[in-house]
Design a protein around this ligand. Structure first.
Ligand code: MEV
Length: 323
């Protein structure tokens, strides 16, 4: 039997703009996905027959990446993430499945986190019709605080590069680690609206908006500048500055039409107890994120407003094999 865990992620700044090469900063969160596999007489998932069309990420990892043709597997997936909620659950499934499969095939090999991030990215690209940044998969694979950008961002540690043929042409991203001071006195609290929102649909909506109204490019550039400022504040341990950048990023995301009344409701509920608050991930429904020194109070405010809260530290470990 092989078991692996991969964390979800939360984007602090730069979602959507990162698809077009602008920078984004994301952290791995405590909650994630555990995948276990064992050899069996037939293919099953969660005790039911495995239908590849219902599990595109797992199927992609098995067939296209590992070209697995061994004995059938019994696959179990335990998720602590709300799905289609902007927390990178599909990236975490890809990474945990890839890690478990790598261990199953060759238990002595070192876990190839960069390889897993690349595999997950190709699965996301298929699901998002060719427009997907490597943010979710890289953050879940590497853990900590990850910067993804069309250009290498100074004062970060470069880890690898990724590229993709998108409908707008070939894009390349540089993936690096942000240097964040230890022991920051702040938590993130995620609030799920209860409304699932497929990333592919939201990304396609932004692409149509940019086509209809090219002046919206300025919002993308503004998000890029805010992300640089937010990253500088984070690296200096200036939490108030991080909060200001999060608030500013949210305003720009609103003008890309990716917020919703349900997200705004949770954001307003959390604001009085937050250093900064914004939607996170693709938007539409999904989750908002608050940066706070008082996570219990924010979680209560989210719950009272009708949302489902999840508290996490800023930057959990990346994908790992569970023994
Ligand atoms: C999704 O978590 C983040 C988006 O920027 C899409 C992507 O980066 O592929 C909306």
């Amino acid at each position: 039997m092989a078991r692996a865990f991969a964390p979800g992620k939360c984007i602090l700044f730069g979602e959507h703009a990162v698809v077009y090469g602008h920078p984004a900063v994301a952290v791995a969160i405590d909650a994630g996905v555990e995948v276990s596999i064992r050899e069996s007489s037939k293919w099953t998932i969660e005790g039911m027959d495995f239908d590849p069309s219902r599990h595109p990420h797992i199927t992609h990892i098995l067939r296209d990446v590992f070209k697995y043709n061994g004995v059938p597997l019994e696959i179990d997936v335990k998720s602590g993430l709300f799905s289609a909620a902007g927390l990178g659950s599909s990236a975490a499934i890809s990474n945990a499945m890839g890690a478990a499969l790598q261990f199953h095939i060759d238990p002595d090999s070192d876990l190839d986190r960069i390889g897993l991030a690349r595999m997950g990215h190709s699965a996301e690209a298929i699901a998002q019709k060719g427009r997907a940044s490597p943010t979710d998969t890289a953050t879940s694979a590497l853990g900590g605080c990850v910067v993804v950008s069309g250009e290498l961002v100074s004062e970060t540690t470069h880890i690898f590069d990724a590229s993709l043929e998108t409908p707008e042409g070939e894009r390349t991203w540089s993936i690096s680690r942000a240097i964040v001071p230890e022991g920051l006195d702040a938590w993130i609290v995620l609030g799920f609206t209860g409304i699932g929102s497929p990333t592919g649909r939201m990304v396609a909506g932004v692409a149509s908006l940019l086509e209809e109204d090219p002046s919206k490019e300025t919002e993308m550039e503004a998000i890029g500048k805010i992300t640089h400022a937010g990253l500088a504040a984070l690296s200096a341990g200036n939490l108030e500055g991080v909060g200001i950048a999060m608030n500013a990023c949210h305003e720009r995301l609103k003008s890309l039409n990716v917020s919703s009344p349900e997200l705004e409701n949770l954001i307003e509920a959390a604001r009085p107890h937050s250093l900064g608050v914004k939607l996170t991930g693709a938007g539409g429904g999904g989750c908002m994120v608050s940066l706070t020194r008082d996570p219990r109070r924010v979680a209560e405010a989210i719950e009272i407003a009708g949302g489902r809260p999840l508290i996490s530290k800023l930057g959990a470990d990346g994908v790992k094999i569970l023994t």
